[in-house]
Design a protein around this ligand. Sequence first.
Ligand code: ZN
Length: 214
Amino acid sequence: MLAADFTRLAEEIDMVNRSEADWFHLDVMDGRFVPNITFGMFIIEAIGRLARKPLDVHLMIVEPEKYIESFRKAGAEVITVHAEACPHLHRTIHQIKECGAKAGVALNPHTPIQILENVIEHIDLVCIMSVNPGFGGQKFIYQTLPKVRQLKEMIDTYNSMALIEIDGGVGLHNAESLLQAGADVLVAGSSVFAASDPEATIRQLKAFKAGFDF
Ligand code: ZN
């Protein structure tokens, strides 16, 4: 939703409701973990009142453990924290699950997947950042593809149920190779909202692979 036009947010939410998209992806930035500031639970709660699909909340913030319950109360069904922002990642994952949300862990482009080896069984979703987090509209980092393949292997090895989500620079040009590499969830921002027909673009993205069960 970061790429949506916030002066007509209700219409943009409606478009996503009508479309074949599965989730609303909401990027929360605090100006500390990343250089940018976006929005918090107040806006998420407002979006949740109009959204008819699950809210996937991506916390690009320091000390996310302080706000997990508030984001859950605001309507988040998936809460993703950054591994780089969590010195006690195992505890934070369980904190997310205990409040009834699905637990996601995001990795910056330079963070190796091995950091997840001892917690992968407990994670519902791994978000691989394919740009440096902080701003929408950036160019996709191609080293993401081998990283997704490695992660897929790790998930299979540990019999984890974790979905692989790709966030940043995703569009029609790379969706198919990402799905082939093992991705389950594609986050598309600018490539959808800047398109002349956003709904059709979502349909084309979804056509690369049928949907999955939440
Ligand atoms: Zn995100």
